[in-house]
Design a protein around this ligand. Sequence first.
Ligand code: AHR
Length: 502
Amino acid sequence: MTNAHLTIDPQFAIGAVRRRLFGGFVEHLGRHVYDGIYEPGHPEADEEGFRRDVIELVKELGVSTIRYPGGNFVSGFRWEDSVGPREQRPRRLDLAWHSTETNEVGLHEFASWLDKVGSDLMMALNLGTRGTLEAIDLLEYANVPGGSALSDQRVANGRTEPFDVRMWCLGNEMDGPWQLGHRSADDYGKLASQTAKGMRQLDPSIELVVCGSSGAGMPTFGEWERVVLSHTYDDVDYISLHAYYQERNGDLASFLASSTDMDHFIESVITTADHVKAVRRSDKTINLSFDEWNVWYLDRWEGVDKITGIDNWPVAPRLLEDVYSVADAVVFGSLMISLIKHADRVTSASLAQLVNVIAPIMTEPGGPAWRQTTFFPFSITSRLARGNALRLPIESPQYDTTVYGTVPLVDAVATNDPETGRTAVFLVNRSLTETITVTAGIAALGDVRVLESHTLADDDVNAKNTLQEPERVTPGEAAVAIADGVLTVKLPPVSWTAVSLG
Ligand code: AHR
């Protein structure tokens, strides 16, 4: 038996956990929108063609802000195509995913779906193949109450009240050579600054996210952030981060330590942003929007589901439909721990993505919708992580990994809500073989009891939920006890656990 120890004390607050940390991402990609959230012929479809069963699962997942409509898709997107009478909307070729976009679901329909799931819109702009004017036009269409050509057009299209979109992404992954309209940090920084200034002339209250790197492994990482922020520091509120993790070469031990890479990525971007702040003698602090994160078996799919051919542009093909295991969900849970550990600076994040496409929710056309393994750490963390994130001094045994060096076997973070007095602790055990008993000093919390607990683990770390077996993996109760101001939690090998106290 192996032991670890930590102390939970509300005095060690890192910062408030914003609801926006539990955001999602819906891209017009594969079967995400069509045959995912929207399937008019489905028995569960509502009067607008949205699947009620999917709406219920998205609500249960607890996603706050939803980034839309891409992703790589957005860099070829003309927003005007997606509004107005549906029968007049053009079918367009989506070059990013080699598919046909019918524009059957556009801004108005998506906003209506967001109302149903109770989430806010985070709009991504096309700064790849379009520019400042089109961005300002969309802002006018979305946020101006009326009395101008585009706001009146919105009213004529059936939406009297403005959409009042708060968060706007200035493009997507502009550092990536795969991106339509990819450009240098210098060129992008100038365009983003000019666009941000124009948008703020129209609506000073909006919040703007400038593109950071599409991964810490990009050759331009670090320098990209420095140059882009040098151009845009005064114009934006956030810089974005994107990261996807996967098990490579059967090295589960390294894969389980992926969140140490996320920690390092976040801390590097904070350092770079604060360097620009220092150089500019600025009082302003730029926060981080981790607006794409997940486990994604990119290598596995490389070339496999790639569609090619000038005469082959399918609507809603099956793309990026990763099926997640218990081990994937444990890594996923640890990525959420990393986000919360940095809650003072990561004030917005978007799980990429939501339905069918590298997603916690899967659907079958005409058939059921179900929860992937990754659904559980997200829904439980989103529900329980309230108030302030707490720094936890952890004494944990360590292990050696090929990719990330020596890493603690246990990682954890806690939150404490001063309003309700409730505390939640989230833990991960990265050991492949050992149950770890964690003792947590909780005297500072007063007289508390366990309100609920959940552990995700399985004898088969490769177990998955599928169409045939949609409930093969579900979390069980954790092995927890409280005595003499000490919480004891037993963490099975390769497991993620949440405990709520109050
Ligand atoms: O989430 C899938 C893709 O990953 C997005 O379209 C893109 O932004 C990223 O490379």
